[in-house]
Design a protein around this ligand. Structure first.
Ligand SMILES: [Zn+2]
Length: 224
């Protein structure tokens, strides 16, 4: 069965997709990884995607869905996939449905991780990174012993542009705007489930398993 995880930046959907991959053998298909793999692999579509990214332009939908198609063709035919970061728009959702239908497959469950904006802002804007080796810190959840200094190597900590509070607010606003048509689309299909994403990681994981109708780990399917 195939799943889509929907959620704002900071909702924890990447973490949950990784848990599904690790414990239940799902193939984690994250859009960012897909682009990086395609560029490294040097396929025609990969080069095309790269040309857009180098210009700082959005990769067009037909290129992205082409990359998803190539990735599915490489996956084990029995692979169960958890989509993370795709689709983001209605047109992408429809293209994904068509692609899966052409393979005799479908999306079985779409899980929306609901997290309130203040919690998202706290989660995202607390991130600080070590300039020397990329060690990660979080002001609320994993603060450094000395403010602004890496515990491991003493290097300076900095905040990525994406994690600055004003940028975080903007990313969340974009998400809230983009998600509306997807909620309508998957709601109409009867596959949408909403989960409180502010809970502990394990609690969210258990709820994904129960609402998604996913059998618990035990005889994990073969990964792709
Ligand atoms: Zn460090």
């Amino acid at each position: 069965m195939h799943l889509i995880l929907l959620g704002a930046p900071g909702s924890g959907k990447g973490t949950q997709a990784e848990l599904l991959a690790k414990r239940l053998g799902y193939t984690h298909l994250a859009t960012g990884d897909l682009f990086r793999e395609a560029v490294r692999g040097g396929s025609e579509l990969g080069r095309l995607a790269q040309s857009y990214m180098e210009r700082g332009a959005l990769v067009p939908d037909e290129v992205t869905i082409g990359l998803v198609r190539e990735r599915l063709e490489r996956a084990n035919p029995t692979a169960q996939i958890v989509f993370d970061g795709y689709p983001r728009k209605w047109v992408q959702a429809r293209a994904l449905d068509e692609l899966l239908a052409s393979r005799g497959e479908k999306i079985d469950a779409v899980i929306l991780l609901n997290v309130s904006t203040p919690i998202l802002v706290e989660r995202l804007s607390g991130r600080w990174v070590c300039r020397a080796q990329g060690h990660n810190y979080h002001l609320a959840f994993h603060p450094p012993r000395v403010a602004g200094v890496c515990d491991v190597d003493g290097a300076e900590l900095y905040q990525r542009d994406d994690d600055r509070p004003e940028v975080v607010q903007r990313r969340i606003a974009v998400f809230l705007r983009e998600i509306v048509p997807l909620i309508a689309y998957y709601g109409a299909q009867g596959v949408l489930h909403e989960i409180d994403g502010a809970q502990e990681i394990e609690a969210v994981h258990r709820q994904i398993l129960s609402v998604g109708g996913i059998p618990k780990a035990g005889s994990p399917p073969r990964p792709a």
